[in-house]
Design a protein around this ligand. Structure first.
Ligand code: NAP
Length: 274
């Protein structure tokens, strides 16, 4: 099995996602001296150079002797194809290219990089606390050792799922890539609803937050599926049933989430068609 401590990594983009992943990898054995971080933002660079990572503002400043096993692109989707053009030298050395850019197809990355090993990945922000879920999809140039090391990297920040059909990555993006925002909105809405019926804001927020966090943890650990867990807390004629009658009505939560996920799915497909 490949070891994260042996990997040399060239990370392009150390913002919200790149930075969260890098912090997770460093806590799980990635060696700072094996990492080069390129970013446009000097504050980001100085926070990582303080812990021994080589940081540069441009690929032209990378030590010519540095050889990367993985070139990891975590810049915005509209930049990634153009930016990858500046890393041809490292890519052509046999490195694995990984991109987390939403909606950017492997074929788009191959335009500048050529027919090289490429993995398209869709992580999510709970990766910053080691509780992410990342879906990954590889082209046919990726060898099994590279798949192992990719899996090792994303396992360091949560769980990993391999997707065989790249076309499913748009659906993945709509469910788990954007999904944390749906849950944050649920916390906001539940908290605001509590305030509207008289609770102190701090108390309502804590009740909402811990209810959603605790219920997610219960659903994760219990052998029963969520519909049974829901039925278990719903007494006929009780308070939960009164609320679920609204949430499960024709235009309720199920309808809204279905519509929301399809909007995200369409947006991801539109981005891919750029
Ligand atoms: N955030 C999420 O929840 C999430 C989830 C899944 C996937 N992703 C993917 O992750 C990627 C990054 O998203 P993000 O939210 O982390 O964005 P972000 O916070 O804006 O991070 C991108 C970083 O890249 C830097 N950058 C811009 N141009 C660069 C270049 N030419 N070379 C090196 N660095 C450059 C940016 O600097 P400046 O700000 O100075 O331009 C910024 O620090 C996107 O493709 C996105 O689709 C994000």
């Amino acid at each position: 099995m490949a070891a994260i401590s042996d990997v040399s990594l060239l990370l392009v983009g150390g913002g919200k996602m790149g930075g969260a992943l890098l912090n997770g990898w460093l806590s799980n054995g990635l060696q700072p001296e094996n990492v080069v971080l390129v970013d446009k933002n000097s504050e980001i660079l100085s926070s990582f150079s303080d812990i021994g990572i080589s940081t540069v503002l441009s690929p032209l400043k990378i030590d010519p002797d540095f050889s990367a096993d993985i070139i990891f692109f975590a810049v915005k989707p509209d930049l990634v194809v153009e930016v990858s053009n500046s890393y041809k030298k490292f890519i052509s050395n046999g490195a694995l290219l990984i991109s987390v850019a939403a909606g950017v197809k492997i074929s788009a990355l191959e335009v500048h990089s050529g027919s090289v090993p490429i993995i398209r990945a869709m992580p999510n922000t709970p990766s910053s606390i080691g509780r992410g879920i990342t879906a990954v999809c590889a082209n046919n140039k990726v060898i099994s050792l590279q798949k192992e090391i990719c899996e090792e990297l994303f396992r360091a920040v949560g769980d990993v799922i391999w997707i065989s059909e790249e076309s499913h990555m748009d659906a993945v993006t709509a469910v788990s890539g954007s999904g944390p925002a749906y849950l944050f909105l649920m916390i906001e809405c539940l908290s605001e609803a509590g305030i509207s019926i008289g609770l102190d804001p701090d108390i309502s927020y804590k009740l909402a937050l811990e209810t959603i966090a605790g219920s997610s943890e219960l659903a994760r650990n219990d052998s029963e599926p969520p519909n049974i867990l829901r039925e278990n807390v719903t007494s006929p004629g009780g308070t939960t049933e009164a609320a679920l009658d609204i949430l499960m009505s024709e235009n309720g939560l199920k309808y809204l989430l279905d519509k929301a996920v399809k909007a995200a799915y369409q947006r991801s497909k539109d981005l891919a068609g750029r």
